[in-house]
Design a protein around this ligand. Structure first.
Ligand code: GLC
Ligand code: CA
Length: 578
């Protein structure tokens, strides 16, 4: 196992830099990998309590492996009172009892490895649960040895220490009765922020990381990692503040010192992958986190795609040129020392086919496949969110009582119940933007509760379309979205140009067609995506000689020249010459 080959980290860095390259990139397993994200609560229930669990995941490893993915990322499965579904951790070294035991975890990890796959875990260390032993102690008294593990401040003129707001509504500060001081929580009140300026806190975190790495896991997805360093003076929002809190909370003065320290102390000693969730980080700042010469993280999830069509819970219209521009910015802003993480959805976003495709019956299949092709042929490590391989759709929410997400409930309290926002306006927006769309149970088959649970009721309602959209159907249908994903993953694996090749957007302004090339020396690929219900004709570049159609959702083998007729939501990948 990896942890037994600890070696001198300076030497390993030097080795890495001399390693094999492709198109100027250092070749790495995690650049070539495809990752599958599991939200354990919603994946598969093994003991009929309505809640997904680790044994449930273990029971579906054939399904995951058959898709061809290399790495499984588990959203938090640690002991937690679930104020934010596990993103509020009470004990970093314990498995959430609803999800099983440490023995179940060990078995799952072993089973994943036995299939030649890897596993990464969610590292949530900007904050803990307020039920964590550190915080229970910390809040007791100003001179408690754990006081300085969190960010405590006196009020200012009888009010909060500054004007920061929580992602989950209201002030980011909460006054605590025991001492009359305030603690910082950028998320829920039950998620107090850790004080990373305290070296003991950092060492505690590194110990937790070693605990899991020594079990043999293969890396971490790091929750809101850019927020760990804060200005200890806590100034108010700047005068030119535009409402984007992330920009203010991210990239504190010591961020890179801390991430470098984490890398030196822990990460460099293992052969692992790391992906930071980079809310608040602009594209221009990404290289500071991911340039391999800086020894910080391997890659980050940048938020331009998340923000393309929404601001907080409010939906806004988006355009294809706007989406395409994000990928051009990546290509220009990340040089060959950097690497990108690609995602179109996750547990914090609505369903990808409902968002960027068309989830109505005539177009759902084709548009979900188009989005799969985009995700798997752009440059970067692709992250697939559970259920997207089935083309799962948004849930038809009509009523506030149907939601579970603390973000939804808190904003309802803060904005609707105070008459700042109309209930209808709120729900109509949530039908497009809520995080709960991604959290409805996986649709395994056409039986009750989609085969997710044998309990009478799942913890969150199953989408009513499960009789048509489910895994059994997908596995039996050669033309399913699942099988299209599978072919694309295979093709990507066999095609270095789709991993390391240069990316060029051939027509950035086209309102409905995304057409780009991936080229690695003589190996040239053309991706043509029609983001529209309508058939259309597109003129290819004159010097382009199409050699072969490699895969398409709607097209038969052909060799178009110059003018190509595209069906609505057609996605085709060609090999070409020029
Ligand atoms: C990240 C997680 C999200 C969580 C938040 C607080 O954004 O992805 O689910 O609510 O951090 O931990
Ligand atoms: Ca269960």
């Amino acid at each position: 196992m990896t942890h037994t080959n600890e070696h001198n980290s300076e030497q390993s860095k030097a080795d890495a830099r001399d390693a094999v390259t492709a198109n100027g990139y250092t070749k790495k397993w995690w650049k070539e990998a495809v990752v599958y994200q599991i939200y354990p609560r919603s994946f598969k229930d093994s003991n009929a309590d309505g809640i997904g669990d680790l044994r449930g995941i273990a029971s579906q490893l054939d399904y995951i492996q058959n898709l061809g993915v290399d790495v499984v990322w588990l959203s938090p499965m640690y002991d937690s009172p679930n104020a934010d579904n596990g993103y509020d951790i009470r004990d970093y070294r314990k498995v959430m009892s609803e999800f099983g035991t440490m023995a179940d975890f060990d078995e799952l990890l072993e089973a994943v490895k036995a299939r030649g796959m890897k596993m990464i875990l969610d590292l949530v260390v900007n904050h803990t649960s307020d039920d964590h032993f550190w915080f229970v102690e910390s809040r007791k008294a100003k001179d408690n040895p754990y006081r300085d593990y969190y960010l405590w401040r006196e009020g200012k003129d009888g009010k909060e220490p500054n004007d920061w707001v929580s992602y989950f509504s209201g002030s980011a500060w909460k006054k605590d009765d025991a001492t009359g001081e305030y603690y910082l929580h950028l998320f829920a009140e039950k998620q107090p922020d850790l004080n990373w300026d305290n070296q003991t806190v950092r060492e505690e975190v590194y110990d937790v990381m070693r605990f899991w790495l020594d079990k043999g896991i293969d890396g971490f997805r790091m929750d809101v990692i850019p927020f760990i360093s804060k200005d200890p003076n806590f100034p108010d929002f700047p005068d030119d503040y535009d409402g984007d809190y992330g920009r203010v909370y991210a990239s504190g003065a010591k961020l890179h010192d801390y991430v470098q320290e984490m890398n030196r102390e822990v990460l460099s000693k293992y052969d692992v992958m790391t992906v930071g969730e980079a809310e608040g980080v602009t594209l221009a700042e990404i290289p500071l986190l991911v340039d391999e010469r800086r020894d910080e993280l391997n890659m980050v999830f940048q938020f331009d795609v998340v923000k393309l069509d929404r601001e907080s819970w409010r939906w806004k219209s988006w355009t294809l040129p706007g989406l395409k521009a994000i990928y051009t910015r990546f290509e220009r802003g990340l040089d060959k020392h950097c690497w990108n993480a690609l995602f179109l959805s996750n547990h914090d976003n609505p369903r990808v086919v409902s968002r960027f495709g068309d989830d109505s019956p005539p177009y759902r299949m084709a548009s979900a496949k188009l989005l799969a092709m985009m995700l798997l042929t752009l440059k970067g490590t692709p992250f697939i969110y559970q259920g997207d391989e089935l083309g799962m759709t948004n849930y038809p929410f009509t009523n506030i009582a149907e939601f579970d997400d603390i973000q939804v409930k808190n904003a309802w309290q803060a904005e609707v119940l105070t008459d700042q926002v109309e209930a209808d306006d709120y729900i109509i927006n949530l039908r497009r933007t809520s995080r709960d769309h991604a959290r409805t149970p996986m649709q395994w088959d056409a039986s009750d509760n989609a085969g997710f649970t044998l309990a009478a009721k799942a913890w969150l309602a199953v989408n009513p379309n499960y009789k048509e959209i489910n895994a059994v159907q997908a596995l039996n249908d050669q033309d399913s979205i699942y099988n299209f994903f599978k072919q694309l993953i295979q093709l990507r694996k066999e095609t270095p140009a789709l991993i390391y090749g240069d990316y060029v957007d051939l027509d950035p302004q086209h309102p409905t067609i995304f057409v780009f090339t991936r080229t690695l020396e003589a190996d040239k690929y053309l991706v043509l995506l029609n983001f529209s219900n309508d058939d259309t004709t597109y003129k290819l570049p004159v010097n382009m000689r199409i050699e072969q159609l490699l895969i398409s959702n709607l097209r038969e083998q052909d060799k178009p020249s110059l003018f190509i007729n595209l069906k609505g939501w057609e996605a085709s990948l060609y090999k070409f010459n020029s």
